[in-house]
Design a protein around this ligand. Sequence first.
Ligand code: PLP
Length: 355
Amino acid sequence: MEPAVPQPQTFDRVLSSMCTRPHPAARAAAERFLATNPGDPETYRSVAGLEQDVVDRLGEVTGLDSPHGYVASGGTEANIQAMRAARNRTEAADPNVVAPESVHFSFQKAAEVLGVDLRITPVDTDRRADPDAMADVVDADTALIVGIAGTTEYGRVDPIPALADLAADADALLHVDAAWGGFALPFTDHEWNFSHAAVDTMTIDPHKLGQAAVPAGGFLAREGATMDALAVETPYLESTSQATLTGTRSGAGVASAAAALDELWPAGYRQAYERAQANAEWVAAALTDRGFDVIDPVLPLVAVDLPEPLFDALTERGWRLARTARGELRIVCMPHVTREMLTAFVRDLDDCRSA
Ligand code: PLP
């Protein structure tokens, strides 16, 4: 008998992931460009052209004319690069970075790798960055202020205009981590993007709400000087310098991001956001009706206080679920999460409660 071919996880019961099923055009493009390496752009020219298209399009999504940047392996790499650029550009001898406690754990990795002091401050009562608390720890050595536009745990959007003022006063750079929220926020009233002159860099990941195949993260910079601060010479390649963190990297991710943006920006992303937000509000209401403590979905992400035995029972029924650091269940309404799925989830929840 032939050995079984390993199959990937299906998305049928996945409520925990910030990635999703790629758009069919993104999947096809990823397959076409599997054997290309945008890390060597003179040799692999067509994928290098696609990468420039992606950066230009991400500039449109985030309100940045003449954007600089590249398609990273994900939000982690883009966040590390933002911190690295700030460290390389500052004149401070002992640079520090100031971020709210809601910051993604990739910043801890970045701080450790780069030897930078990461100063974490409390959030406000709505789980958003508190600019006053951040101002308290900013000093002359602060190289970077970080705000999050769509936090990992609660989908909150930090007050970017106030953080922009803080960064300008401190003569520090400002990085906005919109890794997850970046493809939903253009269709909301939140102030989050490069229209604030003080925003220097941004993370926005096509492989999350952008519906591209993994790996496709996005790193954007307002100034070419930021890319220069990241570049090293590359003697053995046809090109002469490289600003990315990884060397050889996936052309599949780049091509799939280009295809997804081609297909979906802006109407398809708007439709996906509106559907996801409606789903999040629907499930939030269904859980509230059942007496659970629900944290309202600002973006399509619902957190709910669910007793551990129920969480375990639902996991046993095949639901892929994740918790916040405080223990709430998170339901991330990604494009693969349909109303039917959520209805089945709530039915299972009712079943488990009455069992
Ligand atoms: N930033 C935010 C806000 C995230 O939610 C995530 C992941 O969920 C990341 C960064 C890290 O992204 P990745 O897992 O693609 O490295």
